[in-house]
Design a protein around this ligand. Sequence first.
Ligand SMILES: Cc1ncc(COP(=O)(O)O)c(C=O)c1O
Length: 383
Amino acid sequence: MTEFDTRLVHGKSQKDNNTGAVNVPVYNSSTYIYPSVDAKVKYDYARSGNPTRSYLEQQVAELENGYQGFAFSSGSAAIHAVLAIFKPGDHLIIGKEIYGGTFRIINEFFKRWNLEFTAVDTQNPAEIEAAVKSNTKAIYFESFTNPLLHVTSVKKTAEVAKKYHLLTIVDNTFLSPYLQRPLNLGADIVVHSATKYLSGHSDVIAGIAVAKDPEIAKRIYFNQNAIGSTLSPEDSNLVRRGIQTLAVRMDRHLSNAQKIVEFLQSRAEIAKIYYPGIAGSRDHEIAAKEVDGFGGIVSFELKYGLDSTQFVEGTKLIQLAVSLGAVESLIELPYKMTHAELSPEEQLKAGITHQLVRLSVGIEDPKDLIADLANSLNQLSRK
Ligand SMILES: Cc1ncc(COP(=O)(O)O)c(C=O)c1O
């Protein structure tokens, strides 16, 4: 088998068109011809299957080392389709710092289905184990959390899951298969907001789920086809194309993030930096054993009294926007933007202070990014 970076570029070989095109065509067809009434056709209707989407689904399944992949119209749709494989009365253990939108699906949707959930600190395997009940069916978590980059061991969590015959489901959005392959570490299902690193250019909303086991894959496929939140052929093509440059983009995200961390460490205005690449923390210790790089997200706190709103509004090159994982750097204030839905008490409990800034480090020249951050820091006034 070829190396991972080569597989990113070449994907699965495709010889299904008549032109010799090196890329899979964008099949803009909602329906397909039956040669005869009784024919067993591979594609009959595009919600059930589309060759461009199938290509992407197999491309990601192969990179994640899974049995089958599924592409959805958003990461949220992928998460919905995966959680919908469970049935009323089932209990799931979830990470207490998972993405807010996932909490929303759980609290506003699946609880109405009578799925039960217990949120725990997944960094602590004993806490996971203590939450297991007779009806527990799965553990769902993000190995790097948002925005504080707390790290959970996929391996240790999957060990607990196996002991109790539970499925391990990992949202791998923050790392991508380039930096971590959860199925190789014992997980059963991986989900992605492909809106982020997989597509990488802030031009598509997309989601992916990959299952290791054919039986689980069948259940996810049922939901994908029945609910119908599939990814369009055009958007499938955008994600497919993004994946081809994942390695080079990620390498630059990583080296830029490291340089920015070093810059922030040199500045008196910064009270704390959250980045698992910094040695000496529990997060670093866990991550170092299971990832091939510490990601492109750097969160940090400005010293008390400095105006965080002025700071994030003061960068010129680095855009003030939610989302992450794209070629351009994005900055935001979690307490007012991505995590504004939490009450002030919940924010405080989650460690999301008014001084906390999240930076999605892009692939620009690091000198420009550092100059932009320095300029905004230099302008800062005290509140
Ligand atoms: C970790 C994580 N999972 C899932 C999602 C949801 O993905 P989407 O916005 O593509 O629906 C997000 C979105 O920010 C995310 O950060």
